[in-house]
Design a binder for this molecule. Structure first.
Ligand code: COA
Ligand code: AMP
Length: 631
């Protein structure tokens, strides 16, 4: 069957489509049906089933005779380490860590925060939680203590599993002091922390609270898999929204298993035993879905890569990893390819490696610019597939489904809607727009299995953020259009989310940080175009009248504050002081117009602008830091 038939089959009978996909999962108790819509617009999938994610990702492969196959390959150019973990070994490790958690009182439904670098233990930690029915919440290592504290207070974890440090090129990032600070900032205190001591940095353990990972697992009795109901949260993953408070996306277990497993063959075209590599981080949804769960559920070998596309040691690292482990399908963010292309524009390093095993490259996380796609296609000689999804969705909503049918590639489009997604484009009043017209991208409810069911502790916010603007639809927050062949084009966000090196950040959260500076009277943060990272945040600051501080000092403190409060991942390095911000007559800051000025794009003078002269002041200020000047 080709794509059109598969999509039509889903549309005609979604219940049968998903029940058939569910056959690939090992159930403790089989679901009697797929969709539970009695509480619409809140939906559940496979709710009356019982299942265990860790069993499906690990034990069942051992039972089926795949125990000796590599489950995880760890390749860490930043520590010069490589290792392999078979499915049988992974089972032991996951069961042992599950045993540690159980012995310390963690039970089904308890939350566990994971704050770890890209080491196999991060995956083991996720699976150990899943094994005992605990709900994990992984926090990206590039976030500061304050962001970790916010997540600790929201998720109220019984335990934290952390690494002593992460390794960034040229520096060791000590995680443990950040964790200690986060726990002291948070109102909620976890009962205990399990610390993975890495040889690069041995952390001080707090007596009575912290335990050493290696000692603990050495003495643990292995935990069995605990059956959970289909709607049991597998994890909470925080993502940026419109305000400073992150949204805790809740992922129900059964739908996530069914949908992720389905994508491995149909989207990524890999079979059990193939090596699949997603070069991302466990802290992001790509890490959850495509470093940890999907490849393991499907019986693939996954790669945990601790390094960067460039500088560890060079722009050939990705090719080396692909060659050494015979990677069949590879997934990363376009920014990684832009970084490689910048260092090695002619692709000279690619020629040093045998990449004959590679069948396709998948890009997501941000808009894939045509230059990057074409460069990658030319260099690698394999299909380069842009695909689109979000933390909330958990797996691709629009893609060129390589395992079903390789559709014609249209550069600039992540291709067509996947089964499960009825994508539409609406105007502000919620009316469907004709082909080719730009509007809000929405998905008709219900969303498929594997997508979020709600926001942790914030059902109202879930309803308000996603389901209220366009009743009957899920609002993606992206704007774009659909062409005459059903190809989707993602053009912009409709909210204040920006995308920096494939990392989703909220400018609203950044404004809150700037506004907290005692000398800042008013501020705005916008995302400006960047040739490497796609977008970069840029701050505008109006200082308090009468302050005796210099602008330089205030700006430097603002940059430091952002690093301290949000983290280095925000990449907030540029800000300017201005007298006033451009606003509408009703007082709304004209951020969109400021973006256009910074990026040297044409724009229409907003009809509601209070004082057009301010735009010239903004342009002049931007020129002092290298923006708003074409060429
Ligand atoms: N722990 C601690 N700090 C981290 C971190 C982590 N896990 N990850 C990143 N940081 C820090 C970096 O050290 C850097 O700090 P600096 O300002 O002191 O240099 C800052 O956060 C920004 O990091 P990064 O976004 O990685 O930028 P970079 O300039 O170091 O590298 C790229 C640029 C393009 C190579 C890099 O962004 C990249 O590999 N991007 C791929 C993105 C990706 O995989 N996204 C996942 C979505 S699919
Ligand atoms: P995240 O939740 O971090 O995965 O970020 C999701 C957002 O990233 C989407 O809502 C889009 O704005 C953007 N995004 C992800 N993939 C793509 C893509 N292929 N093309 C354009 N934008 C994308």
């Amino acid at each position: 069957m080709g794509y059109k038939d598969v999509y039509a089959a889903w549309k005609a009978d979604p219940e049968t489509f998903w029940m058939e996909a569910a056959d690939a999962i090992d159930w403790v108790k089989k679901p009697t049906r797929a969709l539970f819509d009695d509480n619409a617009p809140l939906y559940e999938w496979f709710k009356d089933s019982e299942v265990n994610a860790s069993w499906n990702a690990v034990d069942r492969h051992v039972e089926a005779g795949r125990g000796d196959q590599d489950a995880i390959i760890y390749d860490s150019p930043v520590t010069d380490t490589k290792s392999r973990i078979t499915y049988a070994k992974l089972q032991d490790k996951v069961a042992a860590l599950g045993g540690v958690l159980t012995e310390k009182g963690v039970t089904k439904g308890d939350r566990v925060i994971i704050y770890m670098p890209m080491v196999p233990e991060a995956i083991i930690a996720m699976l150990a939680c899943a094994r005992i029915g605990a709900v994990h919440s992984v926090v990206f290592g590039g976030f500061a203590a304050n962001e970790l504290a916010v997540r600790i207070d929201d998720a109220t974890p019984k335990a934290v599993l952390a690494g002593s440090c992460g390794i960034e090129p040229g520096r060791i990032v000590e995680y443990k002091p950040l964790l200690d600070e986060a726990i002291s900032l948070a109102s909620h205190k976890p009962d205990f922390c399990v610390i993975l001591q890495r040889p690069q940095c041995i952390a001080n353990l707090v007596e009575g609270r912290d335990i050493d990972w290696a000692d603990a697992v050495a003495n643990a009795s292995p935990a069995d898999c605990v059956a959970v109901s289909g709607d049991h949260p597998a994890y909470i993953l925080y993502t940026s929204g419109t305000t400073g408070a992150p949204k805790g996306v809740v992922r129900p277990t059964a739908g996530h298993l069914v949908a992720l497993n389905w994508t491995m063959k149909n989207v990524y075209d890999v079979d059990p035993g193939d090596v699949f590599w997603a070069a991302s981080d466990v802290g992001w949804v790509v890490g959850h879905s495509y470093i940890c769960y999907a490849p393991l559920i499907h019986g693939n070998t996954t790669i945990v890569f601790e390094g960067k596309p460039v500088g560890t040691p060079d722009a050939g690292t990705f090719w080396r990893v692909m060659q050494d482990y015979n990677v069949k399908s590879f997934f990363t963010a376009p920014t990684a390819f832009r970084a490689i292309k910048r260092e090695d524009p002619t692709g000279a390093l690619i020629k040093d490696y045998d990449l004959s095993g590679l069948k396709a490259l998948f890009l997501a996380g941000e808009r894939a610019d045509p230059d990057t796609i074409i460069w990658a296609q030319d260099q690698l000689g394999v299909p380069v597939i842009d695909h689109w999804w979000q933390t909330e969705l958990g797996f691709p909503a629009a893609c060129n489904p390589m395992g079903i049918e390789a559709l014609p590639v249209k550069v600039g489009s992540p291709s067509v809607a996947m089964p499960g997604y009825d994508m539409q484009v609406l105007d502000d009043a919620g009316h469907p727009l004709p082909v080719g017209e730009l509007g809000a991208i929405v998905a008709k409810l219900p969303l498929p299995p594997g997508t979020l069911s709600t926001l942790w502790n914030a059902e109202d916010r879930y309803l308000k953020s996603y389901l209220t603007t366009f009743p009957g639809y899920y609002e993606t927050g992206d704007a774009g259009y659909i062409d005459e062949d059903g190809y989707l084009y993602i053009m912009a966000r409709t909210d204040d989310v920006i995308n920096v090196a494939g990392h989703r950040l909220s400018t609203g959260a950044m404004e809150e940080v700037l506004a907290g500076h005692p000398d800042v009277a008013e501020c705005a943060v916008i995302g400006v175009a960047d040739t490497l990272k796609g977008q970069l945040p840029l701050g505008f600051i109006c200082t308090n009248t009468g302050t005796d501080r210099t602008n330089e000092d205030i700006l430097a403190e603002c940059v430091a504050r952002m690093r301290e409060q949000i983290g280095p991942v925000a990449a907030f390095k540029h800000a300017v002081v201005v007298d006033r911000l451009p606003k509408t007559r009703s007082g709304k800051i004209l951020r969109g117009t400021m973006v256009k000025i910074a990026d040297c794009q044409d724009f229409k003078m907003p009809a509601t602008i209070d004082d057009p002269a301010i735009l010239d002041e903004i342009r002049t200020a931007l020129k002092t830091i290298g923006y708003a000047s074409a060429g």
